[in-house]
Write a protein that binds this ligand. Sequence first.
Ligand code: NAD
Length: 263
Amino acid sequence: MDQQLAGKTAVVTGSSSGIGKGIAEAFARAGANVVLNGFGDAGAIETLRSGLERQFGVKAIYHGADMAKPAEITAMVAEAAKAFGQVDILVNNAGIQHVAPVDEFPPEKWDAIIAVNLSSAFHATRAALPGMKRAKWGRVINIASAHGLVASPFKCAYVAAKHGIVGFTKTVALEVAELGITANSICPGFVRTPLVDKQIDDLARANGISPERAAKELILAPQPTKQFVKVDEIAAMALYLASPAAASINGAAISVDGGWTAR
Ligand code: NAD
């Protein structure tokens, strides 16, 4: 799969950390120019950006668009197209979590999760599709979740957003099917990133147990392998979906969850 994305440009939202960072690295390794996005320490983001350029000989730029703000998302896609001539691959990955019973769920957390985990994908896809249509080639890859297919208690906004993005992806897929563009969702099980570390720490505190015990006995309970999925495994799936070999995979919700949703 070496250099199979040479000459392509990928926008990866939420790529300053975790899964998005892994995808950005995998795409750069395969020769794509990359647009990084996400919050975090400016120095660390610049180290990541310049490291991709140095290590893989591609161009990488950073755009700090807040994925809860439609105008900033549109501006990011426009800037990416201006810098590289084209957005060929869009990975809608940015995501946040909040855990609480429905009747205690803060409405502002609901709104934020729907905005970042669902609506941002609409705004970014809407902005990127015209260029993909002109180029008669494109890949939209949405990072959904096992929670896009099944539910867990206390995650109403996240589960609603992730089910929503699976449906959104299918609609895009049908609309672009004849145009050389595909749209697919990846549905990871638990991956040990900062998003999950926070849940582990909260569960450990609430149950008076160590983080390692909370991870093993509580977080990994639904994951039959009892192992975290690795960032690299999600990145490899994203890379495959971006590759020519995946041209006929369209509208799919691909589980990478150690068997969680096989139950
Ligand atoms: P993470 O916390 O490591 O990374 C999230 C990224 O999104 C960061 O770069 C962060 O800065 C960015 N982000 C958050 N809010 C943003 C905003 N308003 N604007 C711009 N960027 C923003 O988490 P992760 O686990 O890598 O999550 C990435 C995606 O994978 C999310 O959509 C998440 O729901 C999904 N996912 C994660 C897991 C898991 O177990 N970690 C499982 C299934 C799906």
